[in-house]
Design a protein around this ligand. Structure first.
Ligand code: SF4
Length: 260
């Protein structure tokens, strides 16, 4: 396998790593490797970056079989990691059953919750201090739009999150990559991404958000970049104040109607 990254890919990685302080000396980083194009590229990129980084760090990968199918085979991913000199781990969890018994909750919410729990547990047990996920810029913008449309909240995931309960830090070194740039990355490492075993693939709220952004982009080519700008903290942000609590509102009423 060739170990090569074009210069503009290096630039995007270093930009995220340096701007958001993603890597410290002697980090032990566990990559969530699903076998999709994004996590394959992240594993590949970190295996190269570690040879150039002035801060030495270790990389390993973990693949979780969510038991959507009976024949999920991790052997090709083990081979991919061996070619990169990256330690590979595999684990299983019955996410499929958790989604079935979800009491009406969004299946993707249930799935992500359990995946994160299993991977965090593994990381703590095996002495990793960081977990790297392959979320990219389009994911961040879609999550931002989903938060706004489906929960009324202006929020998205962060490039770096410290998890107080476990002491782990989650990092997302691909946040400056557009999805279309990642689509061509299998050409770099030569490994064909595995098809998603998830029966909901392409039928999710995320897909709806992705379709909306694409559709709006046909009449306004700045839609994506404006959404991306809106998810950054900015002095230009002007939002209504948070709603007052009942007691505070009552007090304001009293104050307003009090005779002078
Ligand atoms: S699409 Fe499938 S694999 Fe992805 S989060 Fe949703 S349930 Fe999980």
């Amino acid at each position: 396998m060739q170990h090569h990254l074009p210069q503009h890919y290096f630039s995007r990685l270093w930009r995220a790593i340096i701007e958001f302080d993603l890597i410290q000396e002697n980090d032990k980083i566990l990559v969530g490797l699903s076998g999709g194009k994004d996590s394959l590229f992240l594993t590949y990129a970190l295996s190269i970056i570690r040879r150039h980084s002035p801060r030495p760090f270790e990389v390993a990968a973990i693949t979780l079989d969510p038991m959507f199918t009976a024949d999920f085979d991790t052997a090709p991913l083990a081979g991919f990691c061996a070619g990169l000199g990256v330690a590979f781990h595999a684990t299983r969890a019955n996410i499929a059953a958790a989604i079935e018994n979800n009491n009406g909750k969004d299946p993707c919410f249930v799935c992500s919750y359990f995946r994160r729990a299993v991977i965090n547990h593994f990381a703590v047990d095996h002495g990793f201090n960081k977990i790297a996920y392959a979320h990219h810029h389009d994911d961040a913008v879609e999550t931002f739009l989903m938060g706004l449309l489906y929960t009324g909240q202006l929020k998205t995931f962060l490039p770096k999150t410290h998890l107080d309960r476990t002491g782990l830090t989650v990092i997302r070194p691909l946040v400056y990559f557009r999805e279309k740039e990642l689509r061509i990355t299998p050409r770099l490492h030569g490994f064909t991404p595995l098809p998603s075993p998830c029966p909901l693939d392409g039928k999710t709220k995320r897909q709806e958000a992705k379709d909306m952004i694409r559709e709006w982009g046909q009449t306004n080519k700045h839609v994506f970049s404006h959404l991306a700008a809106a998810m950054r903290e900015s002095p230009a942000t002007e939002l209504w104040p948070a709603p007052l609590s009942r007691p505070s509102m009552k007090e304001k009423h009293h104050e307003f109607w009090r005779k002078k």
